[in-house]
Write a protein that binds this ligand. Structure first.
Ligand code: MN9
Length: 310
């Protein structure tokens, strides 16, 4: 089970909505083909990017099914099941296992914040137990959950009490903590990086897999960073990472995922807007965003060669 490690670029997928904010599963198949054709090596479904927390459990199940079906076993599909109700999270985990997802992942409850590692392990044991056949990755994202616990301690204790604990989705910027997690027990734990704008730093620290929202819009850029890094061309890797930083700063002037969906719209995928509280970007902002992205030549360097060639 634990040799089922993730690698390369895992796209944190978007959840397509229609103009009324209802699920629109239709674009998922084409989106999945496009991501796989560009070298994406996995899908992370219903996380922050996929607005898992803004969907009902029934909707989460439908989105999970659509992505598992579209991937058709070609790349791993990780379903994020975190919920303030652990019982609900556990049922979503069981569903992920039942539909053939390859991995399951969860954030911690966040309304009542968790302030010790023991309690976090108790919570995650309950969720991971819903999908005992799947590798489980705790989704550490302290900026959103408010839970800033030590992840090395979590892996140590969780490793003893959660049989299918396979690692972390590490979405923080503490490279030193990330490094210690990677080095703790590499035969067992897979620790996946989750901050796109710092991917080069994570590669230098030992990352072999990353999960990111902006891989949806600029996979070639991140493949380029990875390739340049492995060839020892740090000047080129840094140049490309700097483009990623600039791109994320440009998009981040707006509600981030609403703006990301607008960028995907510019690339031909109509995924609608986000649900409240994120909302939809007004047309005037979409056109300013397009101009800002044009001014950094985004539409050239983010373009996959497979499309450029046609
Ligand atoms: O899943 C994403 N995290 C969030 C990972 O959306 C909270 C990242 O890919 C970020 O969107 C990205 C831009 O800040 O690093």
């Amino acid at each position: 089970m634990i040799d089922n490690k993730l690698n390369g670029l895992i796209a944190a997928t978007y959840t397509p909505l229609d103009d009324n904010g209802e699920l629109n599963l239709d674009p998922i198949a084409a989106m999945t083909e496009w991501l796989i054709a560009q070298g994406i090596s996995g899908l992370y479904v219903c996380g922050s990017t996929g607005e898992g927390m803004s969907l009902s459990s029934d909707e989460r199940r439908r989105v999970a099914e659509a992505y598992v079906q579209s991937a058709g076993g070609r790349v791993p599909v990780i379903i994020q099941v975190g919920h303030n109700s652990l019982a609900e999270a556990r049922q979503l985990a069981a569903h992920a296992q039942q539909i053939g997802a390859t991995h399951v992942s969860a954030t911690c409850p966040s309304y009542f914040s968790i302030n010790n590692v023991n309690t976090l392990v108790d919570c995650m044991a309950e969720v991971a137990g819903g999908a005992p056949e799947l590798p489980f990755y705790y989704y550490h994202i302290p900026a959103l959950t408010g839970s800033t616990l030590d992840m090395v301690e979590f892996l140590k204790l969780g490793g003893q009490r959660i049989p299918n604990l396979a690692g972390l989705k590490y979405t923080d910027t503490k490279l030193h903590e990330f490094q210690q997690c990677l080095e703790l027990d590499p035969a067992r734990f897979d620790v996946v990086w989750g901050c796109d704008e710092m991917m080069l730093g994570a590669l230098a620290t030992g990352a072999t897999a990353s999960i990111g929202s902006t891989f949806n819009i600029a996979a070639p850029l991140y493949l380029g960073i990875t390739e340049a890094f492995h060839q020892g061309d740090l000047v080129e890797a840094r140049r490309l990472q700097s483009l990623s930083v600039e791109m994320i700063r440009t998009i981040g002037k707006y509600p981030f995922h609403a703006a990301m969906k607008a960028v995907l719209g510019m690339k031909g995928f109509d995924l609608g807007g986000c649900r409240l509280p994120q909302g939809r970007l007004p047309e005037s902002d979409v056109s300013t965003l397009r101009q800002n992205l044009e001014s950094i030549v985004f539409f050239d360097w983010s373009q996959p060669e497979i499309h450029a060639a046609t």
